[in-house]
Design a protein around this ligand. Structure first.
Ligand code: GAL
Length: 946
């Protein structure tokens, strides 16, 4: 009898669970967190009372503290270690019989998910989403404990990875027959102006012991919100199995998703079982056609679109890796304002919301799975199980992301190290495995790789890819020659470097002539040794018109990888904007090139050079005009035109005679002079002390001596000496051979001097890495010679190289085709008189997530930003909210990012204010600093719309 009734109740419950509607619930509130690895933290009975209350997304390391001696490569933050999260989960008794899942969009790293003390699931990559089926472990009608152990101890990363449950978590309670997780796939196999065929494939799974019939209804809703089409299909799903049901639509007059008009359709899917609706899902999609062509770049909806993209890492500056939708949206706002139409998610899948934003904004996306396939993917290279690993994560990425119209490329990885060296051809095999792992779940997009070793093109390793991306220095050229049918996208360009507002005189001699202070000159003359200035890349893209476009490294500065100061700094110098989104001058260079539609006129540097009165200060106008006139205190300093390159200086060595200690192949030393046409000088290999000497025929005042070598100049040890009589020699310059900077450099060496001399010589010392004493070119100038490397800057910027400094106003008026398009000015700022606070949004939503970014500037009595101000600010917030982060973009700062203080850097800082979840109200941010009046700004936080 008892058995009977229990069975009856069980059946009843099952019956109702099968008919109850699936629910998805935000599972981000109410977590307890502990940094450390206490025993038994997964158990139900465990005292977590003292643990920290957190809400996910959460990054346990971003609040610091920074370790000044820590690894700059990963941001000097305490991300390495173990942490635990615990949270209660209540399930209604009436839900018994349901399937229960936890969906994590990303956990860094190696999460193990326990429910009621039992291990329910684990995952082996920090950047891909995963689902844990906790059905077997939960008890209905009772409280359950979810515990997540997170372990980053084995993780290797080339940037700041963050730590913890750093993306959204969702609880899904589904009837036993339900739509599969990420199981909807929408494709548009044919598209014309009149009609698009839309196929909606829905995967269902049946967790019951008997076959079930279901009906799937799909409704397509247009960008205008009107239902465009509807259809219903029936399907039988076998017990404990899956089935796919397909709906085919003919959509009349489809509106295309485009970068200019990101029109989105929605597929509303309804699952009906026994006449009851048990699940509803909305999936957005777009109707668009695109192609990467081998010879003519990227085509979208029948026209060529040049990809003007940026690479972005996943951290959000002072908010760290903890995903925040508004912070990501602001990043895209800032990038789009500059002209960006594309994003490469370097080097991992982004948070799912990033793709929603790109869909809504018309940004095309290169969606990348891995950086390397070794430690950064959480694996030991060469360890078994590669195929399964690749298949698991490709499935996770593609199934989540394949309906986003913004995504146009799948990337299997970046700079996979072993490509060219794998004699067994395993690399090609692996790339094919990777490609196929993507194709299982989507064949509508090309599968690519971010490549970096030109020699890879000599083998067939890359032959199976649909598209190749190439990083830097025209390395794609060799591949292009050998595989002219494979389209190419320049996946990393520039890696230019600068510190916002940090101008130094004189200008650097070469792109990797970095100051000894660990900052990079803001004049935008620097790049990583293995890469180039923006303009050098613009020229490549102009000439190699087959390229689909570029992704600049990087749009924003990010935590970690502070090339060229890997041990001193905590954040990068690569960004076009700094860590908090304040633009460097490069921002206006890209904007002027990428946005011909709106006038850009920007002047640099600042005009506060006290102590340098009368000294020539280089001034640059960044504009999309073709010329500009510069005025200093009302006096014209002349007009500059784009493309007007400076006249060549007289090379004093061109008419000189050259001798040398020895000559290989009988070639005269004069071959290294201008007349030698680049043949260069080579001593005999056994020359014990190679010396190259030039006689200028009479004593000449000198400013610049230029040496060019067959390899990077860093590899040569040498002295440059001067003499009038050939007897007494004075050393003008000496250097040892060095391997710094790593990975590249320049072959040219520019020596500045004030000497007057008739004879000059280069005395070689030991050289490194196969370099031997030799010169390709020797030149000498009476004036400051600027490397020819910088000539393209004259085609994209307007440069006045020596404006004698006097305080006052510098003003630029820009013209296009003779018409004025705009003007701008910078003024010498007086001492800071007050703090100006400018919120990006004064009204935010009190949902516990929304944030306002407030820029603080120190301004003088006339409102000019004080470009050298570095005041330490104390912050306080009154009202229902908190200071979520603050920073000023100084790569060297090790002040905490989430604190009630921040120091201005070059006059500015950004403070992030978050409204608490609740009723909202007024938030007053107050900022004070000694000697200036307290400043405040009022924000209003309102309840989220129902
Ligand atoms: C690339 C690499 C990027 C970043 C960049 C810096 O080679 O793919 O992740 O390290 O260099 O220039």
């Amino acid at each position: 009898m008892r058995t009977h009734s229990a069975l009856a109740v069980g059946l009843l419950v099952l019956f109702s669970a099968a008919q109850a509607e699936a629910r998805e619930q935000d599972f981000n509130r109410g977590w307890k967190f502990h940094r450390g690895d206490p025993a038994d933290a997964q158990q139900v009975v465990f005292d977590d009372f003292a643990w920290q209350d957190v809400r996910t997304p959460h990054d346990w390391a971003i609040a610091g503290p920074f370790d000044p001696n820590g690894d700059g490569g990963t941001g000097k933050l305490p991300w390495r270690g173990v942490g635990w999260y615990r949270k209660w989960l209540m399930l209604d008794r009436r839900e018994e019989g349901s399937q229960v899942y936890l969906d994590f969009d990303g956990v860094m790293a190696s999460p193990r998910v326990y429910v009621n003390g039992e291990l329910a699931g684990e995952w082996d990559y920090g950047y891909t989403p995963f689902r844990v089926d906790i059905t077997r472990h939960v008890r209905f009608g009772r409280a359950n404990v979810v515990a997540v152990r997170v372990d980053t101890t084995r993780l290797y990363s080339r940037w700041y990875p963050g730590a913890g449950i750093y993306r959204q978590v969702e609880l899904v309670v589904s009837p036993p027959l339900h739509l599969s997780h990420h199981g909807t796939q929408i494709t548009t196999p044919t598209i014309s102006d009149d009609e698009a065929v839309v196929v909606v494939a829905s995967e269902l799974e049946n967790h019951q012991a008997k076959n079930r019939d279901a009906e799937v209804v799909v409704r397509l809703v247009g960008p205008d919100g009107a239902v465009a089409s509807e259809s219903a299909e029936s399907v039988e799903v076998v017990a404990h199995d899956k089935a796919v049901v397909e709906h085919r639509f003919r959509l009349a007059d489809p509106r295309r998703w485009d970068v200019d008009d990101p029109a989105l359709y929605t597929a509303q899917t309804e699952l009906r079982v026994a006449g009851h609706t048990v699940e509803r899902r909305e999936t957005r999609f777009g109707v668009r056609e695109f192609a990467f062509t081998p010879d003519d770049g990227f085509w979208l909806n029948g026209r060529r679109v040049q990809i003007r993209g940026v690479n972005l890492h996943h951290d959000l500056g002072p908010l760290g890796a903890a995903f925040n939708r508004r912070a990501a949206e602001r990043q895209l706002d800032i990038m789009q304002e500059m002209g960006v139409n594309a994003l490469r998610t370097a080097h991992n899948p982004p948070a799912q919301e990033v793709l929603d934003l790109c869909d809504e904004r018309g940004i095309v996306v290169w969606d990348e799975l891995f950086d390397k396939w070794d430690g950064t993917a959480g694996r030991v290279d060469g360890e078994p199980g590669f195929d399964g690993f690749m298949q698991r994560h490709a499935a996770s990425l593609v199934r989540r992301d394949r309906n986003h119209p913004s995504v146009v490329v799948w990337s299997v990885g970046n700079e996979i190290g072993n490509q060219p060296y794998d004699a067994e051809g395993k690399s090609r095999e692996r790339l094919r495995t990777a490609r196929d792992a993507f194709r299982v779940h989507d064949t509508s997009r090309p599968v690519a790789l971010g490549c970096f070793i030109p020699q890879t093109a000599d083998s067939d390793i890359l032959a199976d890819l649909d598209l190749t991306g190439w990083n830097y220095q025209r390395r794609y050229a060799r591949f292009r020659d050998r595989f002219p049918q494979t389209p190419i996208l320049y996946s990393e360009t520039a890696s230019a470097l600068s510190t916002r507002g940090w101008y130094e005189l004189p200008l650097p001699n070469s792109k990797c002539d970095y100051p000894s202070v660990p900052q990079v000159n803001a004049y935008e003359f620097s790049s990583a040794p293995w890469s180039d200035l923006a303009e050098v890349e613009f020229e490549r893209l102009r000439k190699d018109s087959y390229l689909a476009g570029e992704f600049v490294w990087t749009g924003f500065d990010y935590l970690g990888e502070p090339t060229p100061f890997p041990s001193q700094a905590r954040s990068s110098y690569f960004g076009i904007v700094d860590l908090v989104g304040l633009p460097k001058d490069r921002y206006y260079l890209y904007r002027s090139h990428w946005r011909p539609d709106v006038p850009t006129v920007h002047l640099a540097p600042h005009w506060n050079w006290s102590g340098l009165e009368g000294v020539g200060v280089p001034v640059t106008v960044y504009t999309n005009g073709d010329s500009a006139e510069l005025f200093l205190n009302g006096r014209s300093l002349g007009v500059r035109n784009k493309g007007e390159r400076p006249a060549a200086l007289e090379d004093l060595a061109a008419s000189a005679s050259a001798t040398a200690s020895t000559h290989a192949d009988g070639r005269p030393a004069g071959d290294a002079l201008a007349a030698g046409q680049g043949r260069g000088w080579r001593p005999e290999p056994d020359d014990p002390s190679p010396v190259f000497e030039v006689d200028l025929r009479e004593p000449r005042p000198l400013r610049t001596i230029v040496l060019e070598f067959p390899k990077e100049s860093k590899l040569y040890g040498l002295r440059v000496e001067a003499s009038d009589d050939g007897e007494a020699w004075e050393t003008l310059f000496a250097k040892r051979a060095s391997l710094e900077p790593r990975w590249g450099g320049v072959n040219e060496l520019i020596v500045r001097t004030d000497a007057t001399a008739q004879r000059l010589r280069v005395v070689f010392g030991p050289c490194l890495e196969g370099a031997s004493p030799s010169l390709d070119r020797f030149a000498a100038y009476a004036d400051d010679f600027e490397s020819e490397y910088y000539l393209p800057t004259y085609d994209y910027r307007l440069r006045w190289n020596e404006v004698p400094y006097e305080p006052g106003e510098l003003r630029a008026v820009a013209y296009k085709d003779g018409q004025e398009i705009g003007s701008t000015s910078v003024r010498t700022a007086g001492p800071p008189a007050r703090l100006a606070l400018t919120p990006d949004r004064a009204e935010i939503v009190s949902d516990g997530e929304d944030v306002s970014f407030i820029t603080v500037s120190a301004v003088d009595a006339d409102g000019n930003v004080c470009p050298l101000a570095d005041n330490a600010l104390a912050l306080s917030l009154v009202g229902p909210g908190r200071i979520a982060g603050a920073d000023a973009g100084d790569p060297l700062s090790v002040d905490p990012l989430q604190d009630n203080r921040v120091s201005l850097f070059h006059g500015q800082a950004v403070i992030v204010v978050r409204a608490d979840e609740g009723l909202g109200g007024n938030l007053s941010l107050r900022v004070s600093t000694p000697g200036l009046p307290e400043a405040s700004v009022l924000l209003s936080a309102g309840r989220p719309a129902e």
